[in-house]
Design a protein around this ligand. Structure first.
Ligand code: AHM
Ligand code: MG
Length: 324
């Protein structure tokens, strides 16, 4: 079985980009190990701090963030990093070619109950000018400009799913050799599905278009969508997207009016864009309901976005509800 570095070398990835991806994986292997130790390492539970998103940070949010931040800022090819857990972007090397954004531990409400969590990363090219990585403006590029995106899912096995724009590969962490090895090349999302994932408890806060689509799903064979739907909600986007990559489905975190000033719960640069690149590269689709997520122009590093992604034909139906 091919190791990650062998796959990257054979698909034409530059040596510089490969070194950035490998550093992300060094941190992720450490996170995987720490998660496996859980209570034994005394790293479960919350801190007393809140991040810029207004969420209480878990101890492992902070540890994972530090691991990624420290290794990437020391990498000569990284101009700067942006993290869901950091107020501001951080400068790396002035002449670094790449910018990395990440959600160090997505789904972190699952940590203390021993369920799946993940790390999501996105890599952009840095503009070739004098600005440094602590200037958030250099990061404000559409998702279409990503040169690589991926996630590591910490579940029963630790899995890496990533793309450099030439399809999506799935790697499994072989803990005997400490390397990610290719276990499923070129993932393809089935075009049709009858399985949706959404947090139903927010239903009363959604826009009428989203309410209508879910109402029609719940009507099953008798409704206008004409099929019986199944529902899943893991509360970990990485786990939901992974299920969709393996067996199809649709995942939604739409706009809701709980805090009308926010465009959604999920963040464009740490969650929306990287997951959209992966899903589109695997033949699926990704939208806000009204436009492609990867065409949304970011105005700030922590911007939020409504998310609808997964099996292509089902995403098209949701878009039709929002645009008719
Ligand atoms: P996080 O990055 O703070 O963990 O938040 C993102 C997570 C997603 O993984 C998941 O889809 C969603 O939040 C779950 O939200 P909810 O609490 O509404 O179930
Ligand atoms: Mg997250």
């Amino acid at each position: 079985m091919k190791r990650l570095d062998q796959v990257l070398a054979s698909d034409g990835t530059s040596a510089e980009l490969e070194l950035v991806i490998k550093d992300v994986m060094v941190a992720c292997k450490d996170i995987a190990y720490k998660l496996s130790q859980g209570e034994l390492a005394g790293i479960l539970g919350a801190t007393e701090d809140e991040n810029i998103q207004g969420e209480t940070q878990k101890m492992l949010d902070v540890i994972s963030n530090d691991l990624l931040k420290d290794i990437l800022c020391a990498n000569p090819f990284v101009k700067g990093v942006g993290s869901e857990e950091e107020d501001f972007t951080i400068a790396g090397h002035a002449d670094g070619k790449f910018l990395v954004t990440f959600d160090p531990l997505d789904g972190s409400s699952n940590i203390d109950v021993n369920l799946s969590v993940g790390t999501i990363f996105s890599i952009l090219e840095a503009p070739a000018d004098n600005r440094t990585g602590d200037d958030q403006e250099v990061f404000l590029q559409e998702g279409r400009k990503q040169v690589a995106a991926g996630y590591v899912l910490y579940g029963p096995s630790s899995l890496l799913v990533m793309t450099t724009g030439k399809g999506v590969n799935l790697f499994t962490l072989d803990t005997n050799i400490g390397e990610f090895v290719l276990t499923k090349p070129m993932l393809q999302i089935p075009e049709d599905t009858a399985e949706f994932a959404i947090n139903m408890s927010n239903q009363r806060f959604w826009e009428p278009e989203m309410k209508q689509y879910i109402d029609d799903c719940l009507k099953g064979e008798e409704g206008c969508l004409g099929k019986r739907y199944n529902m899943r909600w893991v509360a970990s986007m990485v786990a939901e997207v992974h299920r969709i990559l393996i067996r199809g489905g649709i995942f939604m975190y739409p706009y809701d009016s709980r805090d009308p000033s926010k465009a959604g719960k999920l963040r464009l640069m740490y969650e929306g864009n990287p997951m959209s690149m992966i899903v589109e590269q695997a033949g699926g689709a990704s939208s806000t309901g009204r436009m492609d997520i990867m065409d949304v122009e970011p105005k700030g590093i922590h911007d939020r976005v409504p998310v609808v992604l997964g099996s292509k034909n089902e995403v098209a139906k949701v878009i039709a509800y929002h645009t008719k």
